[in-house]
Design a protein around this ligand. Structure first.
Ligand code: NAD
Ligand code: UDP
Length: 310
């Protein structure tokens, strides 16, 4: 198949491109390199079934493709808050451009949505039927509401224009090729520990997150895209739930060294807890995560060790 991956030079997008290229699909990777890096996909550049296009999803584009994976959007809070208006435009106009293209060329189109649509959730764990608790005017809103609006557009194109959609809600995912200065908690803690710096916990560290290893997530993407039973939204994430204190302690055990834990102020609207209910993914995709946090952290630490010191 001919497959377009927007945001294909980013952390998740590059792993997805790897798998699609390995499966012999013709892959077009579209990216504006806001947070993506050429080094994430440089190993694919010589392949005859891989093309790289520098383009912004907020501007229309045309490709004759069978599948579109829409991943273009900065994902870490410091990056998406850097230019919040652009973040909303990327989610909303990117979705419109992908959906318009899917409609014209009759492609199946996949949206990388997020657990952030649940906001600071009042229901725990979060099933897809939960409508969320999102502040519409806070510092995280550009991302959360942008992604919520993108979901709305996907379902309206599906209802009104019969566009063939798939929508995944991704919970915190980590692994090799995360940007070392990305600002997300796993990369921050690992890089800090590897450099012998103090680990920065925001707030009391009792807030929880559920961390999915990238390989598990990408397998879930492919299963959702290529099955006919459901369009989503469907949660993909690892239900193992950890406080940030536990994550910091695990990181120190794995990396070793003499780093200490220090506390910094909690950013506003930081969700207190998050854990996916993956009943639907188990049922419809026969999917569940296979990589435990400790193993995934070891693999990611090895990656950062190489990137930072080799
Ligand atoms: P990332 O920042 O590494 O990747 C995003 C990619 O999109 C980058 O390559 C970036 O350059 C590109 N991009 C950003 N704005 C663009 C624009 N206007 N036009 C074209 N390209 C643009 O982040 P990631 O972790 O790989 O996230 C990928 C997708 O998955 C995002 O849509 C994100 O919202 C979603 N997601 C990720 C997570 C996670 O834990 N990693 C969780 C929930 C949702
Ligand atoms: N966090 C932290 N220290 C850091 C970076 C993040 O304690 O150096 C916390 C952050 O406040 C949040 C959690 O870790 O409670 C996850 O943050 P991340 O930015 O990775 O993702 P998100 O908040 O979008 O789930």
């Amino acid at each position: 198949m001919r497959v377009l991956v927007t945001g294909g030079a980013g952390f998740l997008g590059s792993h997805l491109c790897d798998l699609l290229v390995a499966q012999d699909h013709d892959v077009v990777c579209l990216d504006n390199f806001f947070t993506g890096r050429k080094s994430n996909i440089s190993h694919l550049l010589g392949k005859t079934n891989f093309e790289l296009v520098r383009h912004d999803v907020t501007d229309p584009f045309k490709f004759e493709v069978d599948r579109i994976y829409n991943l273009a959007c900065p994902a870490s809070p410091p990056h998406y808050q850097y230019n919040p208006i652009k973040t909303t435009k990327t989610s909303v106009m990117g979705a419109i451009n992908c959906l318009g293209l899917a409609k014209r060329v009759k492609a199946r189109v996949f949206q990388a949505s997020t657990s952030e649509v649940y906001g600071d959730p009042a229901v725990h764990p979060q099933p897809e039927s939960y409508w969320g608790n999102v502040n519409p005017i806070g510092v995280r809103s550009c991302y959360d509401e942008g992604k919520r609006c993108a979901e709305t557009l996907f379902f309206d194109y599906h209802r009104e224009n019969k566009v063939d959609i798939r929508v995944v809600r991704i919970f915190n995912t980590y692994g090799p090729r995360m940007h070392p200065n990305d600002g997300r908690v796993v990369s921050n803690f690992l890089v800090q520990a590897l450099k012998g710096e103090n680990l920065t916990i925001y707030g009391d560290g009792l807030q929880t997150r559920s961390f999915c290893y990238v390989d598990d997530l990408i397998e879930g993407f492919l299963r959702l895209m290529e099955q006919e039973e459901v369009v989503g939204p469907i949660n993909i994430g690892n239900p193992g739930e950890f406080t940030m204190l536990e994550l910091a302690e695990k990181t120190l055990q794995i990396v070793g060294g003499s780093s200490k834990i220090v506390h910094k102020s909690l950013p506003s609207d930081d969700p207190k807890q998050r854990k996916p209910d993956i009943t639907l993914a188990r049922k419809h995709l026969k999917w569940e995560p296979t990589v435990a946090l400790e193993e995934g952290l070891k693999r990611t630490a090895d990656h950062f060790r190489q990137e930072l010191f080799d």
